[in-house]
Design a protein around this ligand. Structure first.
Ligand code: ADP
Length: 260
């Protein structure tokens, strides 16, 4: 529990910093990107110069990516609130991963239960994509990436431990890979903003911090189990929309009635 408190304090600090800086930073980068593009496309310049301009543009685009991530962290309390079907969101995200990932990463989807969720569809899709990207990065020579959604048969103790609501069913979305896994030392820090073991041009260390923030904002929880050299499973737990709970709960269980 102590770790959770520290975690959210760090997220808040990053969020505040980001709110003040990322927006202006983005405007500066837009200038750099625009002028680099003009140089890159100027036919009267030598090819070597235009190549250098292209490199400047690429680096600035990376910076823009990073500041977008920071803005996502900063805007944690302005998320959208909509009802959506989990299954279509997950399928779309998996399709995107299938189109863009190395073919040696085999992506399997098992959508056993995929209920209606209330929250920000695009933030949750982004969170899932982040987990899939991490899974891919953990398997540089290829492997199996399995995404599963199912209603979680959770006991009270688990819900209490992770501060999950007790009045609605919980759906779990897990992302498993057969990759390198994590050491205990890495596991301990993975949710911290800016913690990364990847090369500077590859990782920002904001992926899991963003996923954590998004899941928490949806009154959910996240767990990781990992074994070095074997693989990792990251599971997000999300409360189902209470508006539609009656459709999911068998009639024999009136105790789970809709409360908000
Ligand atoms: P980034 O991906 O930019 O490094 P993240 O916050 O998403 O930032 O991840 C932090 C670190 O956690 C990674 O650098 C990596 O060491 C570790 N990690 C995350 N997901 C996995 C995974 N599926 N398998 C192995 N290591 C992982």
């Amino acid at each position: 529990l102590e770790r959770e408190v520290t975690q959210s304090t760090k997220l808040e600090a990053v969020g505040q910093l980001a709110g003040g800086v990322a927006h202006d930073f983005n405007n500066l980068l837009a200038g750099i990107i625009g002028y680099a593009e003009l140089l890159e496309e100027n036919p009267s310049l030598a090819t070597a110069v235009r190549d250098d301009a292209a490199s400047i543009k690429r680096a600035a685009l990376k910076g823009a990516d990073l500041s977008r991530s920071l803005l996502t962290l900063a805007r944690r309390n302005t998320r959208r609130d909509e009802l959506f079907e989990l299954e279509s969101m997950v399928r779309e995200t998996v399709d995107l991963a299938r189109r863009t990932f190395d073919r040696r990463v085999e992506i399997e989807l098992t959508a056993q239960d995929a209920p209606t969720i209330r929250g920000d569809r695009s933030l949750l899709s982004n969170a899932l994509l982040n987990l899939a990207v991490n899974a891919r990065d953990a398997m540089p020579d290829g492997g199996a990436l399995h995404i599963r959604t199912q209603l979680a048969p959770l006991d009270e103790a688990f819900r209490t431990q992770h501060a999950l609501p007790t009045d609605v069913p919980i759906v779990s979305i897990s992302v498993s890979d057969t990759g390198v896994g994590m050491s205990d030392a890495v596991l301990e820090h993975v949710f911290e903003p800016f913690f990364t073991t990847k090369a500077p041009d590859k990782g920002t260390g904001l992926g899991l911090a963003m996923v954590y923030g998004t899941v928490k904002d949806h009154r959910g929880a996240i767990t990781i189990s990992s074994a070095e050299g074997e693989g990792t499973t990251v599971t997000m737990y999300l409360p189902c929309a209470s508006d539609v709970v009656s459709a999911l709960v068998p009639r024999s269980q009136p105790a789970m009635a809709r409360t908000r």
